[in-house]
Design a protein around this ligand. Structure first.
Ligand code: ZN
Length: 611
C-alpha cells in the first residue's frame, strides 16, 4: 500500500521537526528536568507541526528508554502510540468530534489511572472548534487536572480559544517554516526516493505552500505521481494552475521598458492558454510586491525565495526603482479590488496595465541601474529619485494650474505649458484646488495613512491636472446656464451610451475609463461627470482622453464643450471657500519613497542595506 509522503516523512523525534527550534528546545528541557505542565496549547498555521509535536511529546513522556528527552521509537509504548493502539493516548479532532456528549464521555475517563503507559495523554486538534458546552467540560478538567494526565491542544485559530482555557495552558506559537528549511527537507525526500526534481521546482513548492511543511510534502507527492520525467518549475505551475514567474516578469519588464507591443504579445499568449484575468492580476501584485522587497533588500522574504525559482526576477528588478514599483503596486492593488465588478475583465486588465506604461520611457527606466542586485539604492540615490519626482510633479502642477485658469477665463488652453504663457491677470484668479489648507486638513483627519499616501501619489505623480479639476461645480445648472443648458444636459445624459460607442470606435481604452461615470452637471460649457472610482476619473482627465471625448461631443452637438471627470469622493466634499483657496498652499511635506514603503508594509518589513 502506498503511504503518502507527509505520513512517511512525519517527524518521529523532536530533532526531526523542521523549523521550530525554540519550541523543541523548551519541551526537551522540561522533559529532562521532569517539569512538564499539565496542558500545552500549540498554535500556528496548518502543516507547521502542531500535532506531530504533540505525538512526539506523548511518546517522550511514556517512552521506556527515553534518552535526553527524545522518544526511542522502538519500545512498546512508542510503537503503540505511533500506531494509535494505546487506549491511554486519545486523539480527538474537534472539527469532527464537536458534540458535547463525546467530549464529556472522553473526559469522564480522565479520573481513571492509565492502564498501559505512565501518562494519559489527550490530544485535541483544532480545539477552537469545540462547542461552548464542550469547552466548559474541558475547563472543569483543566481547573483540577488529575495527576499523570497531559492535555495537548492544537489550533490554527488561537483567537477563538476561550481565554479561560488558554490561560491554563503553556502556549507555544509555531511559525511558518522558512523556505530554505522546507527546501532542505524536500531535497532530503527527493534524494531518498532517487527522483529527478529540479531544485528551482522545490523553491517554488516552498513558496506556494507558504511555510506549511505538510502541504509542501503533499504537493511534491502529487508532482512525483504526475510527472514521469524530470519535475521542473513548469510542472509545478501546471499542477497548481499557476503562472510561471518568468512569464509574469516578461509582462512587467515590457511595461517598465515601455514596450506595449511586446507586452500585448505576451498577454495574448496567456489569454490563449485560458489564464483568468483576475488571477493574473493577483500574480502581478505578488511579483511587484516581491520586487519592492528585493529592491529594498528585505531579509528572509518571499522575494529571496522567488530568486531561486526565477533567475530573471533580479534582472527585471534592476531595470527600475522603488518609487516606480510602488506606483505600479498601488494601481494594481486598486485594480484587483475592482476587476471582479468588471464585465469585460480582460479588456479592463489591458487598460489598467497599458496605463502603467511610462509616459517618457527613457526617463523613468533604469534609475538605479548598476546598483547591486540584492542591495537597496543608498539614501543618496533615494534622495535623487525623490527630488526628480518632486520636480516632475511641480512641472505638471504649474502647467495644470495655468490650464485651469485659462479654462476659467474661456481662453483656449491647448499647447500652453510654460509659466510665461500665463498673464498676471490670470494668475490673480487661481482655480479652486484640493490642495488648499482646508482640504488638506480634512484629508488628514478623515483618512488613514494608506489613503493619504494614495491620494498624495495621485496628486503629485500620476495626474496633476486631476487635482486641480477635482472639485464639483459650485452652482447648479439652472443658476449658471438657464433652461437651454439644462435641456442640453438632459440630451447628453440620454445620448450617453451612444457617446460611449462613438468613443469606443476611436479608442477602446478611453471608453473603458469614461464608462465608469455619467454626466451630472453642466456649467457654462463644461460638463461635469461623476465617477465611482478615482482611478477612472484620473485617467479620463489625461489629455489624450479629454481631446477625444471633447471632439466627439463637439461633432455631436455642434458646440465646443469641455469635459471634467470628478470622483465620487471629491464630489461629496463640497468646495472650500474661494478666499481660502487663494491662500498659498502649505509647503510640501512629501517623504522619501523609502518612508512610504515603511508606511505601506510596516516598520518591520523594511531594512535598508547600505552598500
Ligand atoms: Zn520508546
Amino acid at each position: 500500500m502506498y503511504l503518502a509522503l507527509y505520513r512517511t516523512w512525519r517527524p518521529q523525534r523532536f530533532d526531526e521537526v523542521v523549523g521550530q527550534q525554540a519550541v523543541v528546545r523548551t519541551l526537551k528541557n522540561a522533559l529532562r528536568a521532569n517539569r512538564l505542565a499539565h496542558a500545552y496549547l500549540f498554535a500556528g498555521p496548518r502543516g507547521t507541526g502542531k500535532t506531530s509535536l504533540a505525538k512526539i511529546l506523548a511518546k517522550a513522556v511514556n517512552c521506556e528508554h527515553s534518552v535526553d528527552g527524545e522518544p526511542c521509537n522502538s519500545c512498546a509504548a512508542c510503537i503503540g502510540i505511533t500506531q494509535g493502539s494505546i487506549v491511554d493516548v486519545v486523539e480527538m479532532d474537534a472539527a469532527s468530534n464537536r458534540g458535547v456528549d463525546e467530549v464529556r464521555s472522553v473526559l469522564e475517563q480522565v479520573r481513571y489511572a492509565p492502564t498501559a503507559v505512565r501518562y494519559k495523554v489527550y490530544i485535541i486538534d483544532e480545539v477552537h472548534m469545540l462547542t461552548t458546552e464542550a469547552f466548559n467540560a474541558l475547563l472543569k478538567t483543566l481547573e483540577e487536572p488529575p495527576a499523570e494526565c497531559l492535555f495537548l491542544l492544537a489550533t490554527t485559530d488561537v483567537i477563538k480559544v476561550p481565554a479561560t482555557i488558554a490561560s491554563r495552558c503553556q502556549r507555544f506559537d509555531l511559525s511558518r517554516v522558512a523556505s530554505d528549511l522546507v527546501v532542505a527537507r524536500l531535497r532530503e525526500v527527493v534524494k531518498s526516493l532517487n527522483k529527478d526534481v529540479e531544485d528551482a521546482a522545490l523553491w517554488m513548492i516552498a513558496r506556494v505552500t507558504d511555510g506549511g511543511m505538510r502541504d509542501a510534502l503533499s504537493l511534491l507527492d502529487q508532482l512525483l505521481s504526475y510527472e514521469d520525467g524530470r519535475v521542473n518549475v513548469e510542472s509545478v505551475a501546471e499542477i497548481i494552475g499557476g503562472i510561471h514567474s518568468e512569464r509574469v516578469g516578461r509582462l512587467i519588464g515590457a511595461l517598465l521598458r515601455g514596450e506595449p507591443s511586446l507586452f500585448l504579445a505576451e498577454l495574448s499568449e496567456l489569454w490563449e492558454l485560458g489564464v483568468d484575468a483576475s488571477q493574473l492580476l493577483g500574480e502581478l501584485v505578488s511579483y511587484v510586491r516581491d520586487a519592492i522587497h528585493l529592491a529594498l533588500g528585505v531579509e528572509g522574504a518571499d522575494a529571496s525565495t522567488r530568486v531561486h525559482y526565477d533567475p530573471t526576477f533580479p534582472v527585471v528588478v534592476q531595470q527600475t526603482d522603488g518609487g516606480t514599483l510602488l506606483r505600479m503596486l498601488e494601481a494594481l492593488a486598486l485594480a484587483q479590488s475592482e476587476i471582479r465588478h468588471q464585465a469585460q475583465a480582460r479588456v479592463y486588465f489591458e487598460v489598467v496595465l497599458l496605463s502603467l506604461l511610462p509616459e517618457a520611457t527613457v526617463e523613468s527606466t533604469a534609475t538605479v541601474q548598476g546598483s547591486e542586485v540584492r542591495g537597496a539604492p543608498s539614501v543618496e540615490e533615494g534622495e535623487v529619485v525623490r527630488l526628480k519626482e518632486e520636480i516632475r510633479a511641480l512641472h505638471a502642477r504649474v502647467a495644470a494650474l495655468e490650464q485651469a485658469s485659462l479654462r476659467r477665463t474661456g481662453v483656449s488652453d491647448r499647447g500652453i505649458s510654460s509659466p510665461a504663457g500665463a498673464s498676471p491677470k490670470m494668475r490673480a484668479a487661481p482655480p479652486v484646488s484640493s490642495s488648499s489648507p482646508e482640504m488638506r486638513a480634512r484629508g488628514e483627519s478623515q483618512s488613514n495613512g494608506g489613503d493619504r499616501f494614495s491620494a498624495e501619489l495621485r496628486d503629485n505623480a500620476v495626474e496633476a491636472s486631476y487635482t486641480v479639476y477635482a472639485t464639483p461645480p459650485e452652482s447648479a445648472v439652472s443658476d449658471a446656464g438657464g433652461e437651454g443648458d439644462l435641456a442640453l444636459l438632459k440630451r447628453i445624459q440620454a445620448d450617453w451610451n451612444q457617446i460611449l460607442d462613438a468613443v469606443r470606435e476611436i479608442r477602446v481604452q478611453t471608453r473603458a475609463w469614461l464608462a465608469d461615470g455619467r454626466p451630472e452637471e453642466l456649467v457654462g460649457n463644461t460638463i461635469y461627470g461623476r465617477y465611482a472610482h478615482a482611478l477612472h476619473a484620473s485617467h479620463v482627465m489625461k489629455q489624450v482622453n479629454l481631446d477625444l471625448i471633447e471632439d466627439v461631443l463637439a461633432k455631436r452637438y455642434q458646440r465646443k464643450l469641455r469635459y471634467v471627470a470628478i470622483s465620487e469622493d471629491e464630489w461629496r466634499k463640497r468646495l472650500p471657500k474661494a478666499e481660502e483657496a487663494n491662500d498659498a498652499p502649505p509647503p510640501s511635506s512629501r517623504e522619501t519613497w523609502v518612508e512610504k514603503v515603511v508606511e505601506w508594509f510596516g516598520e518591520d518589513a523594511v531594512k535598508i542595506v547600505d552598500e
